[in-house]
Write a protein that binds this ligand. Sequence first.
Ligand SMILES: O=C(O)[C@H]1NCC[C@@H]1O
Length: 366
Amino acid sequence: MAARAQKAGNGSDPPGASYDPSSPTKLMEGQSFGAKFLSPWSWLPPPHWQKITTIDTHTGGEPLRIIVEGLPDLGPNTSTVLAKRRYFMDNYDHIRTGLLLEPRGHADMYGAVITLSSDPAADFDVFFLNTDGYSPILARAVNLTRTLNINTPAGRIQSWADVVEGEIRETFFRNVPSFIYRPSEQVQVPGLGMVDFDIAFGGAFYAIVDAESLKVDLAVKNYTEIVDLGRKIKAAVVNTFPVEHPSGPELSTLFGVIFTGPPNDRANHSRNVNVFEEGMVDRSSTGTGVSARAALLYARGQLSMNETIRIESIIGSTMTVKVAELCSVGPHRAIVPEVGGQAWIVSQSTSFFDPTDPLIGGFMIR
Ligand SMILES: O=C(O)[C@H]1NCC[C@@H]1O
């Protein structure tokens, strides 16, 4: 494959032909063979291959691949983030699958498209990609030096950082209004019997289930069982309890099932494991999920205004949440949650898409 790409890139030059041993790029003893033949000095992809540059980050272990260069035009109507997302869905879904699925990604990969906003009140627009489709919002910490107003498919959020001596300690965002949608419901789940749950919205709709009622410990060793339970419960709830957000159909789907359980670290309030879409598992405690939990806890008198709680993820990473304001969303009494977390930048890379690659759009093994 490397030889084929080489031929396409440099005409008839043999691999590494443009490498000049006397140049400053000369390899030192111990440098890898790959460094010589795949270095940008010796090989360039052919001009007709699509090239997309991304920056990878993670928030509490949950990956986020952000497209920073190479995205084609987002169409004639860029007036709203939803219009841009619609155009992307209709025209570039192969970019989502190509960047997030194997071989460039994996079944639980996540992505984001950040664009300038035509809304003067917003610093930028962002929409989110996952391996099964598109998420209404992704509660992610961004590294910031000032408060940013960000338009997401779920609405406007604000994000800022706590900076101490030039170092970002924690980042926060003020989420969209979050509310209980259907408290204390039950559903018959094939193979499980009756399952108790609540539905709450925190930027996305979730069915929230106490894991102890299913006798499952929310540990990584039970990953497969947790995914299986999440998929079964989600299917049963979707079939029985349709959700409708007052803002319209784009937000009116059940995104996932959040299992709650006791924390491993007693300093934390609880544990959240979010099984979303068709079986993706959030490595973090889920920003939209802790928001939905805060709405539920506040309505039940188990969380006070401005009281901060810390919620663990399946891998033990944490996010904080507090109720910062009260408001309403259509007929629902709502809270405005403030979520805190930590994010790290881990790499930058350019993906190449050879049009003759039969797996150019990616594949998934789950
Ligand atoms: O933190 C969040 O809200 C997101 N993480 C993956 C699933 C959710 O979209």
